[in-house]
Design a protein around this ligand. Sequence first.
Ligand code: AMP
Length: 495
Amino acid sequence: MKEACGVFGVYAPGRAVAQLTFDGIYALQHRGQESAGMAVSDGETITVVKDMGLVTAVFDERTLSSLPGHLAIGHTRYSTHGSSDWAAAQPVYRPVGRSGFALGHNGNLTNTTELAERAGMLPGMVGTDSDAVAELVAREYPLDSPDPDAVAVDDLRDALRVVLPGVKGAFSFVLLDANHLYGVRDPQGFRPLCLGRLGPVDRPEGWVLASESPALDVIGAAFVRELEPGELVVIDETGVHSEQLYPPEQVEPHLCIFEFVYFARPDSKLYGREVHGTRRRMGELLAEQAPVDADLVMGVPDSGVPAAEGYARQSGIPYGQGLVKNRYIGRTFIDPDQQARMNAVRRKLNPLRDNIAGKRLIVVDDSIVRGTTTQAIVGMLRDSGAAEVHLRISSPPFQWPCFYGIDTPNRDELLAATKSLPEIERFLGVDSLAYITIENLKAAIDTPGAGFCDACLTGRYPVPVPVFINRTSGPEEAPHGAPPVVALQAALPGV
Ligand code: AMP
């Protein structure tokens, strides 16, 4: 399991934009740990630095101080499909027009093959879906311009206006050319993107774009607002210019509900709500929905902790810590082999035996995907002498793969897609298991009228998805009669 990417952009003449971008993408590290990169413009030249690894491994002070400029974009990447190599690291750069342009992408497109064909790319040339978009945008630049300065002014915006309406699926893009910073969200707004301001309201000193609001906080920028689905903002010395790229009937907000469940940082603001509070409320509603008598409520660190606090508060059962997490280990790839996954979980989590032994535990976590981690955790709690283990999950059963920016296994590897509740209880070794209902999940988020993508939980895909290819059982029709838009699309890399 891997997760979505993080994007960041800053326009701030007179400030150390490379350092600000470093701080911004460091705050978005949880959204992607495979590669990190930034593109910095000094008004003439765009310099791109990117490499495999964590933000702190890719950038040091020397590198950052060698990147002067007044605007920059940054990216942390986790691939949703396909290879994870240097060539796929972002930002993507294209040397067109006066300065070229660079692009960073969070999301996953559903018509990459079609886009690549339209861009005249041969199958071997398509690295990622972001490459296909960059290629299409580059092709919209005029070959010759009588006035080189005029080219720099509008070419990228004009190209985006032409290309983006044909791009399907999930995208929050940040882009730059020599003197402009751009941010844009797909018309469903699957992935988040927000705008921040440096300096006072009446005298802004700069503007910031970020996947999540904590990236604004860490550089001292004020949160201004979330970008609207389908909105393009262009930021330059004259300020922030906004336009809606799509007709109203095509704008259908579907923010990924899993951002609230798991992906986003708890201190992020999405749909005007601080995520931590929504997770605590999920736990409260779960306690009402699925009560059980027990001695201690504990959360699986870190993602299960806020909901566990809520469960404890609502049930009146004491909250306590049952597992200690090694804070130096990031998200780990869990091997499907039983011994290997026990080792991986042991490396990351260690039980507090005195808190656990002889106790009836309520264990709260945000989600079960394959069930491999969860099974290993339950085993560890049993080994530490837990009398009973009652598992409570603050998301409904995860049953459908995501095609919009989250790397998920094939459907036949999703525990809840292949097993009944009693079978899952047996597989995990728990005394009882309950998932929050989709109604309670939405009630906890409490944004009446706001649209969500909950395809992973319901199978309702708001944008048609391709035929997906199950490794073990072969091709499977897309659910709910969604037309197979691009056969084999699922085999193409995404970001
Ligand atoms: P498992 O028991 O192996 O299915 O792992 C479930 C745990 O992995 C959840 O409790 C989350 O903390 C975490 N998780 C959920 N979705 C993802 C994802 N897309 N990528 C990485 N970790 C995830």
